[in-house]
Design a protein around this ligand. Structure first.
Ligand code: SAH
Ligand code: SF4
Length: 366
């Protein structure tokens, strides 16, 4: 049976056309499924009864299952969501004064093996489907609306105002499904998010960045983490394939189409590894031709990581050097620490099925 949550609007229109139905049904159904969160065909009252019955036979609207929901002292929420019996992924909601951000996963595990990342340490199992990606937004939306009693408010007063593709996995390594899910997020009949409020974070898959700017240009964050190739080759190994010079050029190409006029560079602060004054000056030189902002992320520890979090004074010095060079810099506050929901701590349950050889091939193919 086909799960209609896997389709964006054009794909759904095509599916209706193949059934001999009018393509405008797609818009109606997108509104029911995503805008109103209605998953029972029987309740879709503006669709003829005969068609509702036909839909119930041919199709389903099925969300992934929630295994656990946790709420932190600071209001951060985390959902552990079943990808299948052996695997699960995590989704995090971070409330702030002026917005609410949902952090969505794109893969079960990750093949890219950044050394400081708990997801990367677990290896790669599989890509998430479109319904599993968009399902995270649906699950969080439903749960937060029920909890806050906001159900009666217009959709414009949303609890989730921003979405970041920054959970488990490398979104651009699951390109087709991530792009389709993001198109649903942007669709006015579905979630109607603006491109500026949807951010994709990548470790720097250059060819996929070029495709994204054509297919679905959303705000872009790039995980830089090192100011020179020698260090980045070690901590973000995909750098060996797409070194910094190519990555900076790809950022500039992306900016031609991006909804914001800057790229956000994420930089995890690892004690004694990438956080010296010298590194900060190298960083300023590296990005001099790219319109950008910086987001410094104090390293979030996890068991046996082998890394420590930079000292507060070193983070401040690093930040000041970037600011003196004229850049906007934020230092990310750690949220949801008591429920292991902080950036880079998302572990889920990943049964690593990738043999090392297969892993190498998949990286080659990216
Ligand atoms: N794969 C994508 C998106 C997911 S990771 C990417 O790498 O950009 C989201 C962000 O968390 C990235 O910037 C990543 O480098 C960072 N991160 C990973 N592990 C971390 C940790 N232990 N502490 C702090 N940030 C971490
Ligand atoms: Fe994958 Fe991103 Fe973690 Fe690197 S930081 S291993 S790309 S999830």
């Amino acid at each position: 049976m086909v799960n209609l949550l896997n389709f964006n609007q054009p794909q759904l229109a095509q599916w209706f056309a193949e059934m001999g139905e009018k393509p405008f049904r797609a818009k109606q159904l997108m509104r029911w499924m995503h805008h109103f969160g209605e998953h029972d065909f029987e309740q879709m009252t503006d669709i003829a009864k005969v068609l509702r019955e036909k839909l119930a036979i041919e199709a389903e609207i099925t969300l992934p299952t929630v295994q656990l929901e946790q709420v932190s002292n600071d209001g951060t929420h985390k959902w552990l969501i079943g990808a299948d019996t052996a695997n699960s992924i995590e989704t995090v909601f971070i409330p702030e004064d002026d917005r609410g951000t949902l952090c969505i996963s794109s893969q079960v595990g990750c093949a890219l093996e950044c050394t400081f990342c708990s997801t990367g340490r677990q290896g790669f199992n599989r890509n998430l489907s479109v319904s599993e990606i968009i399902g995270q937004l649906a699950i969080a939306n439903r749960s937060l609306r029920l909890e806050t009693g906001y159900d009666m408010l217009p959709i414009s007063e949303r609890i989730i105002s921003n979405v970041v593709m920054m959970g488990m996995g490398e979104p651009l390594a699951n390109y087709d499904n991530v792009v389709t899910a993001m198109q649903i997020m942007l669709d006015d009949s579905a979630y109607g998010l603006s491109r500026r409020r949807l951010t994709l974070s990548t470790s720097g898959l250059v060819p996929a960045m070029d495709r994204l700017k054509e297919d679905c240009p959303v705000a872009l964050a790039v995980s830089l983490h090192a100011p020179n190739d020698a260090l980045r080759d070690v901590i973000v190994p995909i750098n060996k394939k797409y070194p910094l010079k190519e990555l900076m050029a790809a950022c500039n190409r992306y900016l031609e189409k991006a909804p914001r006029d800057f790229v956000t560079f994420e930089y995890v602060m690892l004690d004694g590894i990438n956080d010296t004054v010298e590194h900060a000056h190298q960083l300023v030189a590296l990005v001099k031709n790219v319109s950008c902002k910086f987001n410094l992320i104090p390293f979030n520890p996890f068991p046996n990581s082998g890394y420590g979090t930079s000292k507060a004074v070193n983070i401040k010095t690093f930040r000041d050097i970037l600011m003196q060079a004229g850049y906007v810099v934020t230092v990310r506050k750690t949220r949801g620490e008591d429920i292991d929901a902080a950036c880079g701590q998302l572990a889920g349950k990943v049964l690593d099925k990738t043999k090392r050889v297969a892993k190498r091939i998949s990286i080659e193919a990216i």
